[in-house]
Ligand binder design. Structure first.
Ligand SMILES: Nc1ncnc2c1ncn2[C@@H]1O[C@H](COP(=O)(O)OP(=O)(O)OP(=O)(O)O)[C@@H](O)[C@H]1O
Length: 246
């Protein structure tokens, strides 16, 4: 069974509000269909305003489409009961571009990574500490970083922390919404390599949203090019590591 199946998703924004009076009416996404298999990465590539984040929000269960449907593991995301919703909220995680604003600056790195574990699993303090240490190591960070606050870390380190949090519950799918766009090139490459290794080792799937063609080609098995809310072309991805590393 395919992990994620989108069938003719359409979402049009109502631009009647005062703040939206300068933006053209009727924008959003139109008639998007795709299939994402377990362990695969679908790249969504398009310029600003193409509709990438709108699609991301629909996949995350945050924005009901006007028409069409989307199933995850055979369950319709917008017709599911409470129990199923709780399960897919665990199974679908997200990493956004702005790592710092995705975190509570007063929390320690340990608390940030442990938050989903505390919501879904009952671990002892020692088990939790071990798990957070493992997750930090998976992302190439030292377990000693867990006592720090977000302000004491670099943008690249924070994005690794965000990914560690996103994988803490072993989700089936991560929506990566421009996860490396705000980082410098060297850090971007390191994080993309980590994401690829994670995918190969754990069989996790990604919906990778980006305007960066090189990054999408590196990570994605298949690429959907988006323009004005529609898919205009589908293509294979998978550049090899040396293409990215130059
Ligand atoms: N809440 C909203 N209300 C009205 N229009 C919106 C809203 N959110 C997005 N839009 C419009 O829908 C279109 C698609 O926006 P979306 O944010 O999905 O694009 P994007 O490809 O993610 O762009 P970016 O990379 O700049 O975030 C744009 O024309 C945008 O102005």
């Amino acid at each position: 069974m395919s992990l994620l199946i989108a069938n003719s998703l359409t979402k049009t924004y109502n631009n009647s509000g005062w703040f939206r009076k300068h933006s053209p009416a009727g924008k959003g996404v139109k008639d998007l269909s795709f299939v994402l298999e377990q362990g695969a990465c679908l790249g969504i590539l398009g310029e600003s305003g193409a509709g990438k984040s709108t699609l991301g929000k629909i996949v995350l269960g945050l924005l009901p489409p006007d028409s069409g449907n989307i199933t995850f593991n055979g369950i319709d995301l917008y017709q599911s009961d409470r129990k199923a919703r709780k399960q897919w909220r665990r199974d679908i995680q997200v990493v956004f571009q702005d790592s710092y604003s995705a975190m509570n600056p007063r929390m320690s790195i340990r608390d940030i990574i442990a938050e989903p574990l505390r919501n879904y699993e009952r671990l002892s303090a020692l088990e939790e500490q071990k798990k957070v240490a493992e997750l930090l190591e998976t992302m190439g960070l030292s377990p000693q970083e867990m006592t720090k606050r977000p302000k004491q870390m670099s943008g690249g380190q924070l994005q690794r922390v965000n990914i560690a949090r996103a994988i803490a519950l072993k989700p089936k799918l991560i929506v990566l919404d421009e996860p490396v766009s705000s980082l410098d090139m060297v850090i971007q490459k390191q994080i993309l390599i980590h994401l690829k290794q994670l995918k190969e080792q754990s069989g996790i799937s990604y919906l990778f949203i980006s305007h960066d063609s090189m990054a999408v080609h590196y990570l994605a098995d298949q690429i959907a090019f988006m323009k004005n809310g529609e898919f205009v072309q589908l293509a294979g991805g998978s550049y090899h590591a040396h293409d990215l590393l130059g």
